[in-house]
Ligand binder design. Structure first.
Ligand code: C2E
Ligand code: CA
Ligand code: CA
Ligand code: CA
Length: 283
C-alpha cells in the first residue's frame, strides 16, 4: 500500500506528468527528427510601411511530428537549446532559408531582391562555427550577404562582451544585417545600442498590442516615437512585429517605423506563398 501511495504521489499532477513525458519524448525524438527531415520552414512577409511592398520574409521553423502533427518552435527550440541540437538545427534553418531566398531572387529578379531573416539562438552565437558556416552557406548558394539578416534577441546581447560580439561584428562587416529581436521586452540599455553591430531594431509585439485599443495611450505613443527617433539617429531601421490591423499599420507608419510584419499582411506560410505575395507588389 505504501508503494502504491508513492506511485500515486508521483501521479498527483497527471497533466504535469504528461507534459514531462511529452517533453522527454520530444527531446529524445529531436535528433532523429533532424535526420528524417521532419522540420520545415514557414516564411512571413516583411512589408515596407511606406509603399506596402514585400521586401523579404522571416524564416520560422516548425516540426511535423509523425504522431503529434505540427509543433511550434516555442515548444521545441528550448529543448533543442538544452540538448545542443540547436546548433545543427540552426545551421539547417540557415542553409534552407538562404537557399530559398536565392530561389525567390532567381524567380523574381525584376522586383528588387527579396531578403531573408533568420533567427539565431544564443547557443549559436557562442558556437565557434557561426562565421565560417555562414560564409560557406552564402558562398555555396551565391546569395549576397546583404540579402541575409540574422535576428538576435536583445536578452542574448545584454552585457555581451567583445568575445561574444566579435563574430557578429565580422558578419556585419561582410554586409550581413543583424537585427535586435524582441526589442523593448527586456531590460533595454539604450546607450548600449551604439556598441552593438546591429542595423535593425525589431520592436516587440507588446508595443503593437498596446495599439489595439482606441484611443491609444498617448504615453505609449511617445515611447514608440522616442525609440524610433533614437533608432534612426543611430542609423538603425525599425521593424515592428505583430501588426494585426490596418489601424495599427497606419499608426506605426505615422510614428516613422520602416517595416512591418504580422497577420494583417500575412500569416507565416510556405515559400511559394511568399513568392505570390511579392509578385502582388503591394499588400
Ligand atoms: P519571434 O522571432 O519573435 O517570431 C515572431 C512570432 O510571432 C512567430 O511565432 C510568428 O508566427 C508570430 N506572429 C507573427 N505575426 C503575428 C501577429 O500578427 N500576431 C501574433 N499574435 N503573432 C504573430 P512562431 O513562428 O511561433 O515563433 C515563435 C518563436 O520561436 C520566434 O519568435 C523565435 O523566437 C523562435 N523561432 C522560430 N524559428 C526559429 C529558428 O529557426 N531558430 C531559433 N533559434 N528560433 C526560432
Ligand atoms: Ca525573430
Ligand atoms: Ca520577435
Ligand atoms: Ca517574440
Amino acid at each position: 500500500a505504501k508503494h502504491a501511495g508513492g506511485n500515486r504521489c508521483e501521479l498527483a499532477d497527471p497533466e504535469a506528468d504528461a507534459r514531462a513525458i511529452t517533453r522527454h519524448g520530444l527531446t529524445t525524438a529531436l535528433p532523429v527528427a533532424l535526420e528524417r527531415g521532419e522540420f520545415f520552414i514557414e516564411y512571413q512577409p516583411l512589408v515596407h510601411l511606406g509603399d506596402g511592398s514585400v521586401r523579404g520574409a522571416e524564416a520560422l521553423v516548425r516540426w511535423l511530428h509523425p504522431q503529434h502533427g505540427v509543433i511550434g518552435p516555442d515548444r521545441f527550440i528550448p529543448l533543442a537549446e538544452h540538448t545542443g541540437l540547436i546548433v545543427p538545427l540552426g545551421r539547417w534553418v540557415l542553409e534552407e532559408s538562404v537557399r530559398q531566398a536565392r530561389t525567390w531572387q532567381a524567380r523574381h529578379a525584376d522586383a528588387g531582391p527579396l531578403r531573408v531573416n533568420v533567427n539565431l539562438s544564443p547557443c549559436q552565437l557562442t558556437h565557434p562555427g557561426l562565421v565560417s558556416d555562414t560564409v560557406e552557406i552564402l558562398e555555396r548558394t551565391g546569395l549576397a550577404p546583404g540579402a541575409l539578416c540574422l535576428e538576435v534577441t536583445e536578452s542574448a546581447l545584454i552585457g555581451a562582451d567583445d568575445d561574444l560580439l566579435k563574430p557578429l561584428r565580422h558578419l556585419a562587416e561582410m554586409g550581413v544585417d543583424i537585427a535586435l529581436d524582441d526589442f523593448g521586452t527586456g531590460y533595454s540599455n539604450l546607450a548600449n545600442l551604439r556598441r552593438l553591430p546591429v542595423s535593425v531594431l525589431k520592436l516587440d509585439r507588446a508595443f503593437t498590442q498596446g495599439m489595439q485599443h482606441y484611443p491609444v495611450d498617448p504615453v505609449d505613443l511617445k515611447i514608440v516615437e522616442g525609440i524610433v527617433s533614437l533608432a534612426h539617429s543611430l542609423d538603425l531601421a525599425v521593424t515592428v512585429e505583430g501588426v494585426e490591423t490596418g489601424a495599427q499599420a497606419d499608426q506605426l507608419r505615422e510614428l516613422g517605423c520602416d517595416t512591418a510584419q504580422g497577420w494583417y499582411y500575412a500569416r507565416p506560410g510556405p515559400p511559394d506563398r511568399l513568392h505570390e505575395l511579392a509578385l502582388a507588389d503591394v499588400l
